[in-house]
Design a protein around this ligand. Structure first.
Ligand SMILES: Cc1cc2nc3c(=O)[nH]c(=O)nc-3n(C[C@H](O)[C@H](O)[C@H](O)COP(=O)(O)O)c2cc1C
Length: 302
């Protein structure tokens, strides 16, 4: 594999920098086929917990007039027995697969991570950032010491790379630093942002869970700022995520410091988005006279 879009992230060599974001398909083997056939260079699964979770009652997803989505799925997933079939399918297709995991305790994180590694996963992504599930998620990721403990325990038992996914918090630069100190090879920045939508006729919050996670174009400038700040502080390997909908968004994230990007909401609306991003990035690099996308990473920092 050699080409101008080749990217290395967390020790994985990828054909190009565009991955899917966790939760955008990625819980059934058939989803892996869909994601692979739409051009993603590696597959990120839905977040897995130890035991199956039903998730919340509908409504769980609202499309907003601002162009974004608000979701509170409640981390519905089939539990650890669902991991191996996904890995097997990705292997069959020759795609690296990153298993997203979450837990109620450090022990749960380590158990699921071991199952992922034993199943043959390429890497794990620790979801320390779900903004709408109590006890699992943002409560963990916004405390730098907890981030350190979880990332250290998981990193110490795995041979495959550990990626830590963080959400927006006042201490995100510190949490990022702690994740790296604990052994994380890369950071995914950022998850959805806790938000609300109200039905003006029923007077009630639209989502059954009341709060949801905001994604899509409204969060792009915030995610970009976080990537910029974390790269400036830590010069880390970063997977940028949040509102990336086209090649100019992707280019901004690369210049801010992202070695790879994840696309979530935009794929729900446009199934050609990966190819459009790759075409645009290639043309942009040609115009600028660059022959390696990696040489553009972090170039907005003077
Ligand atoms: C329907 C939906 C489900 C999601 N599920 C997960 C999940 O299981 N785990 C996770 O880490 N992030 C999850 N996310 C967050 C995305 O991975 C991503 O961080 C976020 O949507 C921002 O990217 P985007 O603006 O490109 O969608 C979900 C997002 C959406 C819209």
């Amino acid at each position: 594999m050699s080409g101008i879009l080749n990217t290395r992230i967390a020790g994985l060599t990828l054909e190009h920098p565009v991955l899917n974001a966790s939760g955008i398909l990625g819980s059934d083997p058939e989803h892996i086929d869909i994601l692979a056939s739409h051009g993603f260079s590696a597959i990120v699964t839905k977040t897995f917990t130890l035991n199956p979770r039903e998730g919340y009652n509908p409504p769980i997803l609202v499309e907003l007039r601002s162009g974004g989505f608000l979701n509170a799925i409640g981390l519905a997933n089939p539990g650890i027995q669902g991991i191996k079939p996904l890995v097997d399918r990705a292997k069959l297709l020759g795609k690296p697969i990153i298993i997203s995991i979450s837990g109620n305790s450090i022990e749960e994180f380590t158990k699921i991570a071991e199952v992922a590694e034993d199943s043959g996963a390429s890497a794990v992504e620790l979801n320390l950032s779900c903004p709408h599930v109590k006890g699992l998620g943002l409560e963990l990721g916004s405390d730098p010491f907890t981030v350190f403990l979880v990332a250290r325990e998981v990193s110490s038992i795995l041979k495959i790379p550990v990626i830590v996914k963080l959400g927006l918090s006042d201490r995100i630069i510190e949490s990022a630093g702690k994740a790296l100190e604990a052994g994380a090879r890369a950071l995914t920045l950022i998850n959805t942002i806790r938000a609300l939508a109200i039905d003006i006729y029923s007077f009630k919050p639209i989502l059954s869970n009341i709060y949801g996670g905001l994604s899509g174009p409204p969060i792009k400038p915030i995610a970009l700022r976080v990537v910029y700040d974390v790269y400036r502080e830590h010069r880390a390997e970063i997977i940028g995520c949040g509102g990336i909908s086209n090649w100019t968004d992707a280019a901004e994230f690369i210049l801010a410091g992202a070695r790879a990007i994840q696309v979530g909401s935009a794929f729900l609306k446009n199934r050609k988005v990966v190819y459009e991003i790759l075409e645009g990035i290639k043309k942009w690099m040609n115009v600028l006279g660059y022959s390696s996308v990696e040489s553009l990473v972090g170039r907005s920092h003077v």
